[in-house]
Design a protein around this ligand. Structure first.
Ligand code: ADP
Ligand code: ADP
Ligand code: SF4
Ligand code: SF4
Length: 591
């Protein structure tokens, strides 16, 4: 089959007056006399003819501003459902909501999830790729006659499909909505707001103003607000952000109940243990961010997530990642040359009215330690104590040692570029060994950008590189998976593992994404107690003991998927769940 070309030009980066139409001058097809690269009618931006382009790859390389992306595809995804314009992003196909079901979507950000939802919500009339023609529902119905989406579009056209959306960026909500949690939710649905607040554990903060809430509380208010609207389809975008594992499970149960009320739910989630637990079916989203996106046919959840991890969609014959992500049978690895790095005696720390008791422990070199526990249990306090940033009230000081620390909340220094920032933080040897950090975290394309113009996910990757790239023997990463999409989480998890393998460094990681933690951790530190009141730290201990302890606290059991080795939550009350609770083996046994 012949190659199909996709050419996309980022208009925000195309400045012909600064480059004097360099791409047009150098394109070999233009040089041979054809109009492959032309100038738009206002002579302001380059235009590439996809039928004429041979995909030689010269123009993306020479454009001084990185405005051009050319993709050669040896697979035909058919006509797009929507294109934003000539040489702009296009989306192929749509997810299909199902009454009484949670339909999950998994894939990279920028591959068209919001576009798809805008279409299903009737906010965007899709143009079937014909960006220069008027879009209409008549044309769409003609195209989808006899297909599953015909009924969906008929209802959208008649405005009979009400969609309620939980947006991704919950932190923006207090800028738009004002009042206490109770007032805001009552305004949406006075009859049910108290019941929904109770279900989501919001009652204790009901009288608080939205602007006083933590990220996790705002997330739950946003989910409550979306659920309280009377709709047919609920789109819940990234429900897990800012929530600890217990709260993730609570929210997942809540979303499942919503579908149980004969509603259809579409959800995007990058925590794959949660997505697996939540969804009845899965659409994979693949493609190239900001270039093109493809929505796969619906897969059964287990197989869909395994396909995603494998990086190869068999039904499309399309490989979207070079390497699969595989999990080890037992978790944790053994290193022969590990030495003692740091040890601490039992100590106690008080922060206001909160007390943290830490039992004696030690760290070895070449080790990655996962830190698990709910929000407000003292994980940050412990990290700061180990880093020597705060002093225990009882017990001797832990030894001081150079520590690199990536905090949970990232601050972008204005007026500094990514390259300048990383030059100041990373050791020369780590900057030179580009294959260890710089390339896997896709940082070169960000070098010229100012830190305060980065997206949350971009800033997260820069901050992770800055911490892992120092000479410090101990690195502490607080919530590295936050704001990253599933593909970036996979990339960061692999990067942390390879840094531990190659540099004998010890990395401590606080995170609530269980699959990420299972992949990245050799040992675990477990935090227990009453959030906000007292906490107790146990470990480091082996993965088995640590996971057993955590899952027992949460009241769930897990197994490993036989094909991918990834962790999966057992259905409550299933044979496996009952057996594992009985034997005390809450941690993964074979599926
Ligand atoms: P996701 O929700 O998966 O992150 P979106 O559907 O928001 O992705 O966007 C996919 C891509 O479409 C974006 O990366 C952007 O480049 C492009 N895009 C979105 N809206 C527009 C628009 N109005 N005009 C041109 N391009 C757009
Ligand atoms: P985690 O990282 O597990 O979410 P933290 O270590 O941040 O937990 O906080 C544990 C508890 O200590 C919380 O109840 C928090 O409000 C309290 N706390 C943390 N720092 C201070 C401080 N400087 N003054 C008073 N209380 C604090
Ligand atoms: Fe110049 Fe790049 Fe625009 Fe071409 S795409 S005109 S090389 S800025
Ligand atoms: Fe021309 Fe296409 Fe080559 Fe670019 S990739 S230089 S548009 S032939």
């Amino acid at each position: 089959m012949s190659l199909k070309r996709i050419a996309v030009i980022d208009h925000d980066k195309c400045y012909p007056d600064k480059c004097n139409w360099l791409c047009q001058k150098k394109c070999p097809v233009n040089r041979a006399g054809q109009d492959c690269i032309t100038q738009n009618t206002q002579k302001m931006k380059a235009v590439i003819s996809e039928p004429l382009c041979t995909g030689c790859g010269i123009c993306p390389r020479i454009c001084p501003f990185g405005a051009i992306t050319i993709i050669n595809l040896d697979i035909d995804f058919g006509e797009p459902i929507h294109s934003y314009g000539e040489n702009q992003f296009r989306l192929h196909r749509l997810p299909i909501p199902k009454k009484g079901s949670v339909v999950g979507m998994v894939g990279r950000n920028g591959t068209g999830k919001t576009t798809a939802i805008g279409i299903l919500a009737g906010q965007l009339i899709p143009n079937l790729g014909k960006w220069n023609e008027n879009a209409s529902y008549e044309k769409i119905l003609e195209t989808f006659r006899g297909k599953e989406l015909f009924n969906v579009f008929t209802r959208i056209q008649k405005k009979q499909l009400a969609v309620s959306i939980k947006p991704q960026m919950v932190e923006k909500i207090p800028l738009v909505h004002h009042g206490s949690v109770r007032e805001v939710l009552h305004r949406i649905n006075p009859e049910n707001s108290s019941r929904i607040m109770e279900k989501l554990g919001l009652t204790p903060v009901a009288e608080r103003e939205l602007k006083q809430l933590s990220g996790g509380e705002l997330q739950k208010v946003a989910i409550a607000a979306a659920a309280l609207k009377n709709a047919d389809t609920y789109f819940i975008d990234e429900p897990s952000s800012y929530l600890d594992i217990r709260e993730r499970l609570r929210v997942a149960g809540f979303i499942r109940e919503l579908a149980g009320e004969e509603k259809s739910v579409l959800t995007v989630e990058h925590d794959l243990v949660l997505l697996d637990f939540l969804s009845d079916t899965i659409h994979l989203m693949f493609g190239e961010p900001a270039v093109f996106g493809v929505v796969s046919a619906p897969h059964p959840t287990r197989e869909g997530i395994n396909t995603y991890l494998e990086g190869y969609a068999r039904d499309e014959n399309y490989r979207f990642r070079d390497q699969p992500l595989r999990f080890m049978e037992k978790g944790g690895r053994e290193y022969k040359k590990q030495q003692s790095l740091l040890s601490w005696p039992a100590f106690t720390i008080k922060q206001g009215t909160f007390t943290l008791n830490v039992e004696a422990g030690k760290l070895l070199t070449s080790q990655s330690i996962g830190i698990l526990g709910p929000n407000g249990i003292g994980k940050t306090t412990f990290i700061k104590a180990i880093a020597g940033m705060i002093t225990p009230q009882e017990g001797p000081l832990p030894q001081r040692m150079p520590v690199a620390y990536k905090p949970q909340y990232l601050e972008a220094i204005p007026g500094v570029t990514v390259e300048e920032f990383l030059r100041g933080k990373m050791s020369p040897s780590m900057r030179e060994a580009k294959h260890l950090l710089i390339e896997p975290l896709h940082l070169p394309s960000l070098y010229e950008k100012q830190l305060d113009t980065l997206s949350g996910g971009e800033l997260q990757r820069v901050a992770i590189a800055a911490a892992l790239g120092t000479d410090a023997p101990l690195v502490l990463l607080d919530e590295p998976s936050a704001m990253l999409d599933v593909e970036q989480r996979i990339m960061v998890a692999k990067t942390i593992r390879s840094i531990v393998d190659h540099t004998e460094r010890t990395v401590l990681i606080v995170d609530h994404d269980l699959m990420f933690m299972d992949y990245v951790s050799d040992n675990l530190l477990l935090f227990e107690g009453d959030p906000g009141i007292n906490g107790k730290v146990r470990g480091p201990m082996g993965m088995e003991d640590g996971m057993n302890g955590l899952l027992k606290q949460l009241g769930i059991t897990m197994r490993r998927d036989q094909t991918s080795g990834r962790p999966r939550i057992n259905k409550k009350g299933s044979v496996k769940d009952t057996e594992q609770v009985k034997s005390g083996n809450y941690y993964y046994t074979k599926a």
